[in-house]
Design a protein around this ligand. Structure first.
Ligand SMILES: NC(=O)c1ccc[n+]([C@@H]2O[C@H](COP(=O)([O-])OP(=O)(O)OC[C@H]3O[C@@H](n4cnc5c(N)ncnc54)[C@H](OP(=O)(O)O)[C@@H]3O)[C@@H](O)[C@H]2O)c1
Length: 281
């Protein structure tokens, strides 16, 4: 029986793991374990003695990080360092979840693990620094993923499902960014693939694991409204028109050149999330 220690309880990915993990599971959320508190992290990890830490906790507000870089740094870099420090001298594997935003988006084809990184914003820089903390641990795994969505937490699919009926009722279109392309990833698919990889004894190191295929936010929104049966027009806009504070890569689809389980196509994940979010009948 494996012992799993999950940080970031209540978040999308932690929730997806909680649904599928078998064995002893310790779920820690910010209220019970703030990863910025090194002593508390050490005590909690040593108290539970996990085989595997699934370190999903992060400061994930990409635009918020531009306004509060110190907070993003404290959680994503120092918090991650605290997790790694807590397992040194043990046999515990640490899995850290990073982002497609470590790339600048100029490559023009899907990024693989050996591609050079060049983060554009504060969130991405702190997540990349967190990668280095984890890769300094001999049993550290970094899983880069992208555009996570699920039926819990805050995500794009839920935002579109919430906004679309109001727009439809008002006879207005949804305006969605067309000039950013990525690999939408259903948290349930990622959790299942990571769990499978760990049970198969995946080696430490860096991996890309995201939904297969890629699309723009605008295409993703169209898929959501179509699956949900909402009759609303989705109009493409540019990143510049949206005017968000954080810079984002224009093309950050992920692919892998390493032996990892492949995730289902992003559209299959959208179908599953929409099914869960829209009550039948
Ligand atoms: N979401 C994406 O599109 C995406 C894309 C690529 C990679 N990732 C990475 O994948 C991982 C999981 O993402 P997600 O979407 O599941 O994130 P999420 O839903 O935002 O969950 C993150 C969790 O971390 C918690 N947290 C924040 N600060 C903390 C602290 N100081 N101590 C302990 N917990 C803290 C949050 O608690 P509160 O809610 O109370 O703040 C939240 O429960 C993250 O590492 C993220 O960087 C996400």
């Amino acid at each position: 029986m494996l012992r799993w220690f999950v940080t970031g309880a209540g978040g999308q990915l932690a929730t997806a793991f909680a649904k599928i993990l078998e064995g002893e599971v310790f779920l820690s959320g910010e209220a019970t374990l703030d990863i910025r508190d090194a002593d508390a992290v050490y005590a909690a990890v040593h108290g539970f003695a996990p085989d595997i830490v699934l370190h999903t906790a992060a400061y994930t507000d990409v635009d918020g990080a531009e306004a509060d870089p110190a907070l993003a740094e404290a959680v994503n870099v120092e918090g991650t360092r605290n997790v790694v420090k807590a397992v040194r001298g043990t046999h515990t594997t640490v899995v850290y979840f990073s982002t497609d935003y470590v790339f600048d988006g100029f490559k023009g084809s899907p990024y693989v693990e050996s591609d050079p990184t060049h983060p554009l914003g504060v969130y991405a820089r702190t997540k990349l620094a967190g990668e280095e903390e984890v890769l300094s641990w001999v049993r550290g795994l970094v899983v880069r993923t992208a555009w996570l969505f699920s039926d819990t937490g805050k995500n794009f699919v839920k935002t579109i499902l919430a906004a679309a009926p109001h727009k439809a009722a008002a006879g207005e279109p949804l305006r969605v960014v067309e000039d950013q392309v990525g690999s939408p990833t259903y948290a349930g698919h990622l959790a299942a693939a990571v769990e499978e990889a760990l049970r198969q004894g995946i080696a430490p190191g860096l991996y890309h694991m995201a939904g297969s295929g890629y699309c723009s936010w605008c295409e993703l929104a169209r898929e959501v409204v179509q699956l949900a049966g909402i009759d609303v027009e989705v109009i493409p806009i540019t990143t510049a028109e949206l005017g968000r504070p954080a810079p984002r890569p224009a093309f950050s689809a992920l692919a892998s050149e390493r032996p990892v389980p492949r995730l289902p196509h992003w559209a299959a994940g959208v179908a599953e999330a929409v099914d869960r979010l829209i009550p039948l009948g």
